[in-house]
Design a protein around this ligand. Structure first.
Ligand code: ATP
Length: 430
């Protein structure tokens, strides 16, 4: 049985990953593999935070069990094989009761949806939900076509995320170990947060733990949810010891944890083959830069590029570190690979790789043909030698030195979107 869930949290608290942990634990179920934490279209206006949806295959273990989580002192197990449970309706009722207890229904943006299904649909709905904007009618149509039990509240938009998470094929994945303290973690001092992030660094395969540029322990999210911290990794087995280490090294209270399999840092949201840019979709494509970046007030930068013979605009918002180098270094004629989202008629840059640099020539004062000294510019193509007073109307041109030899640029850890794989570290997902 697959159980999928979305849109339960609100601006003032809650977290759908925590609800999934609670449902699995309170229903006394084991998980086949790992529960899935699936990020969808990052440009969706309906999202509360990171547009995450959840799906887990659950049942009663009939294989080898290993502990992947804990809820209020009770272990949660992953199993290599599971027996399906017989009564889907009963499971749906029990799970929905828990959702209604924890969901922030008073928040106008919260529209929970729960799906119980025997089967996984193909990946088409997942890909559409990552890369475009779907309607509730779209998901009701798909639910009707399959033998699925669903529950929803208010406008039912959460069913879009739930059905998308159910459709996630999990062929490119990373993992995240999430620790909780329900309903809210205590305030953790900045220094301790840094130490916990450094501890996470010691676990093989972890990434994005600490943002050196902003001196920020990126594993600690906004304190309005039950999430204490979340450590991203490519090595699911190595990270299993992390919660115990946190508990024994720091006096931080925690009511539970669970290891999730995710589509984070996979670049799954980028469309690579497309006809034209559509609002709120994300793209990876090669283009030719057609203007140098210019700044507007607020520290935002814009430049133009040619793609398939048409000129478009790109925006870089509050660039820092790598992105700051990019705005200084980008030149007309550069052949680049752009990764970004199309919003308000322009591409918001997430990362850029310069494939081929254009050679830029700059005008300089000529050398005097008579005595070899550098001439002085007297204005209007009029150069004069300061040594022998020879005159010339012809400037010289020289190749401009480009600032940086680096060829890839991206946001610092804190500004990186969940789905974006780091260029510097290479793609994390396997
Ligand atoms: P949570 O942790 O509760 O999942 P969130 O920030 O991840 O919070 P949600 O509260 O789930 O975001 O809100 C996102 C809403 O947008 C959900 O109702 C989800 O079903 C819907 N949604 C996600 N992707 C799409 C899409 N491509 N088209 C239309 N709706 C979408």
């Amino acid at each position: 049985m697959f159980i999928a869930l979305d849109d339960t949290d609100g601006n003032d608290g809650g977290c759908t990953t925590h609800l999934m942990l609670r449902i699995i634990s309170e229903l006394g179920l084991d998980v086949k593999g790992y529960p899935g934490l699936v990020r969808l279209n990052p440009n969706i206006p309906y999202k509360t935070r990171g547009n995450a949806a959840l799906c887990a295959e659950v049942g009663m273990s009939c294989g080898t069990r290993s502990k992947i989580g804990e809820y209020m002192g009770k272990p949660v197990f992953s199993s290599s094989a599971i027996d399906d449970i017989a009564d889907y309706e009963h499971a749906a009722e029990a799970a929905w009761r828990i959702v209604l207890q924890e969901a922030r229904l008073n928040d106008e943006k919260t529209n929970p949806g729960l799906i119980i299904s025997r089967e996984k649909p193909d990946e088409s709905f997942y890909l559409a939900a990552l890369r475009s904007v779907l309607s509730v009618e779209d998901v009701f149509q798909r639910i009707k076509e399959m033998d699925i039990i669903c529950r929803y509240a208010k406008n039912g938009r959460g069913l879009i995320g739930a059905f998308s998470a159910l459709s996630w094929p999990a062929d490119k994945t990373t993992y995240e170990m999430i620790m909780y303290n329900y309903p809210h973690p205590q305030e953790t001092p900045k220094e301790i947060r840094k130490d916990v992030a450094r501890l996470a660094d010691e676990f093989h395969g972890t990434f994005n733990n600490y943002d050196d540029e902003n001196r920020h322990a990126a594993i600690f999210p906004s304190p309005r949810t039950p999430v204490l911290c979340g450590v991203r990794t490519t090595d699911p087995l190595a990270i299993l010891g992390f919660p115990a280490e946190v508990r024994s090294n720091f006096r931080i209270e925690s009511t539970g944890y669970m290891l999730f399999q995710t589509n984070q840092a996979t670049d799954d949201h980028y469309q690579k083959y497309f006809e034209k840019f559509e609002e709120l979709s994300s793209y990876a494509f090669n283009a030719i830069v057609s203007s140098r970046p210019v700044a507007i007030r607020g520290g935002h930068w814009f430049f133009n590029f040619f793609y398939r013979g048409k000129e478009h605009k790109a925006a870089i918002f509050e660039p820092s570190k790598g992105m700051r180098l990019l705005v200084k270094d980008l030149e007309m004629g550069d052949y680049v690979r752009i990764f970004g989202s199309f919003i308000d008629g322009k591409i918001n840059i997430e990362k850029v790789r310069i494939i081929e640099r254009s050679i830029v020539f700059v005008r300089i004062n000529p050398v005097c043909r008579k005595c070899g000294s550098r001439m002085q510019n007297q204005g209007s193509e009029n150069f004069r030698c300061p040594v022998c007073s020879n005159r010339s109307a012809l400037p010289e041109y020289t190749e401009m030195e480009r600032i940086s030899r680096r060829s890839s640029y991206e946001s610092p850890v804190a500004g990186r979107r969940h789905l974006v794989a780091s260029i510097q570290e290479g793609a994390q997902a396997s």
